[in-house]
Design a protein around this ligand. Sequence first.
Ligand code: AP5
Ligand code: MG
Ligand code: ZN
Length: 216
Amino acid sequence: MRIVFLGPPGAGKGTQARELARAWGVPHLATGDMLRSAAAAGTPLGLEAKRYMDEGALVPDEVIIGLMRERLGAPDAAKGFIVDGFPRTIAQAEALDKVLVETGQALGAVVFFDVSEAELLRRLTGRRVCRRCQATYHLVSAPPAKAGVCDKCGGELYQRVDDGEETVRNRLGVYGRQTAPLLDYYREQGLLRTVRGEGPIDGIRRAIREAAGDAR
Ligand code: AP5
Ligand code: MG
Ligand code: ZN
């Protein structure tokens, strides 16, 4: 399983990847999660990245490509992976292709999550995330049993700095300009599989399994 999850902010990539990576026994490589933990740890890379992330802009390609080249080379990624939030530019997609060629691997599918802009805004502005395990909730459509507390691990829930309405609009604009061109890039390679990303989370998960060639 070498799968890319592609889609706008709030499309549900992280929600689905966390479950499916466990089911498939492969690592979930989410550049956003990696950058946020680097920022929380106060590393130079994390602090540099945070300046871009807080505004909803993309972190420079060379930073992300270096990070992912290293991460994809780790032993656990040899048996497969789900990448979530990467690639996000044509330069990143070309770099990924290069890494895969060098290691004699190939992508199985690129799953595109199709969600309307109104729904993306609703999801992101109501999202809450667990500080400890990164599980994701929504104030209205997926609330935790106890307000502010993670059902899975008891950790504290917080709102991402970039989930304010103005920054969300920036992120959607950046997605349209810099990331949406990847749809054609992967369509031309015959890898693109589109999944409707609205509706019950379980139904979407089944559609992704099918798109990824997992018939279970
Ligand atoms: P990143 O963390 O990747 O954010 P993103 O792509 O903007 O995506 P999100 O995590 O916001 O959305 P998601 O699709 O994971 O949705 P989720 O499952 O949480 O990146 C953050 C920043 O890091 C970037 O802006 C950039 O600065 C930097 N960065 C990261 N990667 C980079 C790269 N490659 N290059 C350059 N810069 C990079 O779900 C959202 C909400 O919806 C949740 O509340 C959830 O509960 C709810 N939900 C999910 N599914 C459903 C459903 N079916 N129905 C109803 N609600 C649902
Ligand atoms: Mg995410
Ligand atoms: Zn948690």
